[in-house]
Write a protein that binds this ligand. Structure first.
Ligand code: AMP
Length: 294
């Protein structure tokens, strides 16, 4: 496994793999602090592609001024050891200056999809995400890029960006990996103490109740939202940020779930840690593969 810090080096390695060796590249972008959620994406990439590239980069452009950029967990030594165990071929771990050199002034925004749900609570967040993903896709030029369903809105935006700007990568969205309690794995779970970690299982419990109600015939978004709110409300350590029911592709707000898959997504504060989770109703596929492969 080679750890690459320079984008020129990453570009030339990727070019050689594609052109001279004719090998398919699978790419998994991460911010490090790796857990089983990340590893499931890497596992999928390993199964689908000849070469696996993982990036580890805590992207300042996607953090708001009051957010946790400086305290975000960073441990490249531990991450690199895990990645080597998972037979990753290349780790791309650039510095902030390498990605955003002085004078950097070009940003990518997916209009319409960026300022609701997570975007409403975190202005500029998705502009930062789509900008870094555009840069990374341009550097690595993978055949497949893997994004977790955990960040459902992010995956939707990236698929739209890839389609609109004609990136050649195909986007693969593997399912959410959870702890035994149902808590979705997240690097931010590191911020939780034991009591908070137990309390955080309420996110998945609330979504599961909504799913059960849906399966028993409740298709009204307002009533499903109420079920989630009541469940979250019963957990003293939890404070609701938002819960919403949207079309799983266009993010259009839904009043009723009918024949199209619906995304039920929420954000909840446990203490000062903000956690997100989601479930897609009206859809049974394991994988959601979409993209703009020429
Ligand atoms: P992050 O390091 O948090 O930016 O996450 C990197 C990638 O891993 C993103 O595509 C996330 O959606 C994905 N990911 C994070 N947590 C999970 C999880 N619990 N299950 C599946 N994918 C995840």
């Amino acid at each position: 496994m080679e750890i690459i810090n320079r984008r020129q080096r990453m570009m030339s390695v990727a070019r050689k793999l594609r052109r001279e060796e004719n090998r398919t590249i699978g790419f998994v972008p991460t911010m490090g602090a790796l857990h089983s959620g990340h590893l499931s994406l890497i596992h999928e990439a390993r199964a689908m592609c000849d070469v696996v590239v993982v990036s580890v980069f805590v992207n300042p452009a996607q953090f708001g001024p009051a957010e946790d950029f400086s305290s975000y967990p960073r441990d490249l030594t531990r991450d690199a050891a895990l990645l080597a165990e998972y037979n990753v071929d290349y780790v791309f771990a650039p510095t902030v200056e390498e990605i955003y050199p002085s004078g950097f002034s070009t940003y990518v925004t997916v209009e319409g999809l960026s300022n609701q749900l997570e975007g409403a609570s975190r202005p500029e967040h998705f502009r930062g995400v789509t900008t870094i993903v555009a840069i990374l896709l341009s550097v690595v030029k993978p055949d497949f890029a893997f994004f977790g369903q955990k960040d459902a809105q992010q995956a939707i935006l990236i698929k739209r960006m890839v389609r609109d700007l004609a990136f050649s990568a195909e986007i693969v969205v593997p399912p959410i990996v959870r702890e035994e309690s149902g808590l979705a794995m997240s690097s931010r779970n590191n911020y939780l103490n034991d009591d908070q970690r137990k309390a955080a299982a309420v996110l998945n419990r609330a979504l599961s109740k909504a799913r059960e109600a849906y399966e028993e015939g409740e298709h009204s978004a307002a009533r499903l939202i109420e079920i989630v709110r009541v469940t979250i409300g019963k957990e003293p350590l939890a404070r609701m940020d938002y819960v919403s029911v949207n079309d799983a592709e266009t993010l259009e707000k839904l009043e009723k779930i009918d024949d199209r898959p619906a995304l039920v997504s929420l954000a909840v504060f446990i203490g000062s840690t903000r956690l997100i989770d989601n479930v897609v109703l009206g859809k049974a596929t394991k994988h959601d593969v979409a993209g703009a492969k020429a």
